[in-house]
Design a protein around this ligand. Structure first.
Ligand SMILES: Nc1ncnc2c1ncn2[C@@H]1O[C@H](COP(=O)(O)OS(=O)(=O)O)[C@@H](OP(=O)(O)O)[C@H]1O
Length: 426
């Protein structure tokens, strides 16, 4: 009798396991197939991930490690490379270039990314971030993610659910004047900008054109999780600055991109090779505007919250450079540029508009009135160089797609081994 009950329990348990697996597979399939109406509406902001680049296996040479002994020196030094990283990818701030550095580092060091759900590269932006927007997230998976670096509207309590406690937080800010010129061109077809004849026209009739969306006003403040139509007072500016300072270990400045990379390299205890990058998401000169002094002032005034934030962190950035040592900074920038030059000679044939990019998987997403440039690689590269060069110029959407596929594949392999383990007779 007892044996039979035991037997029935074992059968029940097995059935339960099978049911769970079937539900899991169904759920995953539904997740893949589901493109909700809201996601479709957000396509402008959250472009679909369609293009694919081949998954290749990284080697030390493809990591760039054959160019110098720096990695060996690092191995002997006391500082240990930081691998738990959160990067708040702010909009139109060169954040895609920084992101490419993180994606490459993570891929080549087999780290795990907290990626957005399939088909949404921006964690359902402009909604506030929620841990449930992370692909495969469960409360138990918390300590499994190393890097999180996609666009989002920041919410600390939710991010903390996803990343480990010792995570390094950083972000990047850009002068709101050039940022808004860039946004106006890139987001020209969004609500607030679509009817404006020019940036000047928009700025002279903001109460008529502005529809409240973040791309048109104080976008950095919005991305950082604050009210982008909020109060403008010295007390408010100071408080926001202090709050950001308390959350982020480092705030980079777009205008001082190489100085920023050197500080980042130092803070993460990484090497020059780790922070090598080529500018991504750049526009043709034909889609850039020259901004008069008067318009610059209007932009600052319209984006006062962003402007004050920028001034605050521009100051703290230079204090940090001072601490780092100005001469040392100069030396390291020279070294970084030398290596970037070498890499550029090795990899790049030219920059090109979409129609002139030979490898269609390397075409960057195009938006609004902006003509976004990509790269053609040199032909005849060795296998390892080909991989490194290709990754250096792989746009965000394609790279995310690739990592998504890689992580899904490894998750499916673990489930498969678990099923085989359950089935194997004792
Ligand atoms: N290395 C470096 N240094 C300085 N500026 C750089 C760099 N890399 C990219 N960029 C400029 O950053 C703008 C694109 O920003 P993002 O990649 O953050 O855009 S996006 O929000 O992800 O669409 C875009 O600015 P605009 O050309 O003014 O639009 C890029 O030219």
């Amino acid at each position: 009798m007892k044996k039979r009950t035991l037997c029935r329990r074992t059968v029940c348990l097995k059935l339960l396991c099978v049911a769970l697996i079937v539900t899991g597979v169904l759920f995953t399939t539904l997740q893949i197939l589901d493109v909700s109406t809201e996601e479709r509406r957000n396509e402008q902001r959250n472009p679909p991930m369609t293009q694919c680049v081949p998954i290749l296996r990284p080697t030390p040479a493809s990591r760039g490690e054959h160019y110098n002994n720096e990695n060996k020196e690092r191995e002997n030094s006391s500082c240990k490379a930081i691998t738990n990283i959160f990067f708040l990818k702010t909009h139109k701030t060169a954040s895609s270039t920084i992101m490419n550095i993180l994606l490459r580092y993570g891929e080549f060091h087999n780290l795990t990314f907290a990626l957005p759900l399939y088909n949404n590269s921006q964690f359902l932006y402009p909604k506030y971030f929620s841990a449930s927007f992370v692909d495969g997230f469960s409360a138990r998976s918390k300590d499994t993610y190393h890097i999180m670096c996609h666009h989002m509207r920041f919410l600390l309590t939710e991010v903390e659910k996803v990343v480990p406690a010792n995570t390094f937080y950083f972000t990047i800010l850009r002068n709101p004047v050039s940022l808004m010129e860039s946004s106006f061109s890139y987001y020209k077809s969004t609500d607030s900008f679509i009817r404006a004849k020019s940036l000047e026209d928009f700025l002279s009739k903001t109460s008529y054109y502005y529809r409240g969306n973040s791309h048109a006003r104080n976008i950095m403040t919005f991305d950082l999780g604050f009210n982008h139509n909020g109060k403008e007072s010295p007390k408010h500016f100071r408080l926001t600055g202090k709050m950001v300072e308390a959350t982020y270990d480092l705030v980079l400045i777009t205008e001082y991109f190489d100085e920023s990379l050197v500080l980042l390299k130092d803070a993460l205890c990484w090497t020059f090779d780790d922070v090598l990058s080529f500018p991504l998401n750049t526009r043709t000169n034909s889609t850039k505007l020259t901004i008069s002094q008067e318009t610059q002032e209007k932009i600052k005034s319209w984006n006062q919250l962003d402007w004050q934030l920028y001034v605050y962190f521009n100051n703290s950035f230079w204090e940090r450079v001072e601490k780092f040592g100005k001469e040392r900074m100069q030396r390291e920038i020279e070294e970084l540029r030398k290596r970037r030059d070498q890499m550029s000679k090795l990899c790049l044939q030219n920059t090109a508009v979409a129609s002139k990019i030979r490898d269609k998987s390397l075409i960057p997403y195009q938006s609004g009135k902006a003509i976004i440039l990509g790269y053609n690689l040199k032909s005849g590269l060795g296998k390892a160089e080909q991989l490194l060069c290709q990754r250096l110029v792989t746009p965000e959407i394609q790279y995310t797609n690739l990592l998504w596929a890689k992580q899904r594949k490894s998750k499916f392999s673990s489930i498969k081994s678990w099923i085989i383990g359950v089935r194997r007779p004792k």
